[in-house]
Design a protein around this ligand. Structure first.
Ligand code: SF4
Ligand code: SF4
Length: 193
C-alpha cells in the first residue's frame, strides 16, 4: 500500500488510521453525497474495479475505492480533508467499469462541491475559475498553440469564446449566479495575500 505523506503531520496521522469509529461517522454526509452525485454510494461492494482502471491510481496515493468507502461510512472529515480528493481527472473510466452501475466520478464531484462549501479547495482549481471568468477557458489559448494550429491549417483560435468573445458575458453570468468568482478571489487572497 502506498503511504500518504502530506506536510500536515496531523492529517498524515488521521489518514493512516484505518479503524472505523462510529462517532466519526456522519450519516448526513452519505445522504448529501448521494443526493448531489445522483449515485447510490452505499451500493458499492468494494470490488476495486474502479481503482484498477483509474489513471491516477498508479501515479499517486489516490484511490477512488477508498473515497467510495468513506462516502458509505459517512467519514466526512477524512473524505473532504484528504488532498487526494482533487487528483481525480474526471475521465469517467471508473463509472464505465463499475459492475454495480455506480458513478464514482460523480461521487467525487459531489464531495468536491461539499468541500468547496467549507473553503477546502486547492488554489490551482480556483485559478482555473478565474481563467474561465476572464476568457471562457480553463486553459486559454496561447501563441505556441496558435502557431501549431496554423501549421495544421486550422484557425489561430478555436471557434469558442476565443473567436466569439461576446459569449464570455454569458459564462460570467453563470459563474456569478453561483458566486464562484467572488469566492475564488476571496480564498486566493486569504491564502496568497
Ligand atoms: S467498481 Fe463500483 S462497486 Fe466496485 S469498488 Fe468501485 S464503486 Fe464500488
Ligand atoms: S474518473 Fe477519476 S476516479 Fe474515476 S477512473 Fe477517472 S481519474 Fe479515476
Amino acid at each position: 500500500m502506498v503511504t500518504k505523506n502530506y506536510p500536515d503531520p496531523k492529517l498524515n496521522e488521521k489518514l493512516r488510521d484505518r479503524y472505523y469509529r462510529r462517532d466519526q461517522s456522519n450519516p448526513e454526509f452519505t445522504k448529501e453525497t448521494e443526493k448531489l452525485a445522483g449515485s447510490m454510494a452505499h451500493m458499492c461492494y468494494q470490488c476495486g474495479t474502479c481503482t484498477g482502471g483509474c489513471p491516477s491510481a498508479p501515479r499517486s496515493t489516490y484511490r477512488i475505492r477508498e473515497f467510495m468507502r468513506r462516502g458509505v461510512l459517512g467519514l466526512e472529515e477524512e473524505a473532504l480533508t484528504d488532498p487526494d480528493l482533487w487528483l481525480c481527472t474526471t475521465c469517467y473510466s471508473c463509472t464505465d467499469r463499475c459492475p454495480r452501475d455506480l458513478a464514482p466520478t460523480d461521487v467525487i464531484m459531489a464531495m468536491r462541491n461539499l468541500a468547496f462549501r467549507r473553503d477546502i479547495i486547492p488554489v490551482n482549481f480556483l485559478k482555473t475559475v478565474t481563467a474561465i471568468y476572464a476568457s471562457g477557458h480553463g486553459v486559454p489559448n496561447n501563441d505556441v498553440n496558435r502557431a501549431a494550429r496554423e501549421k495544421l491549417g486550422l484557425t489561430r483560435d478555436p471557434p469558442t469564446t476565443h473567436m466569439y468573445p461576446e459569449y464570455i458575458k454569458g459564462i460570467r453570468k453563470i459563474l456569478d449566479h453561483y458566486n464562484l468568482k467572488e469566492n475564488a478571489d476571496r480564498i486566493i487572497k486569504e491564502r496568497e495575500g
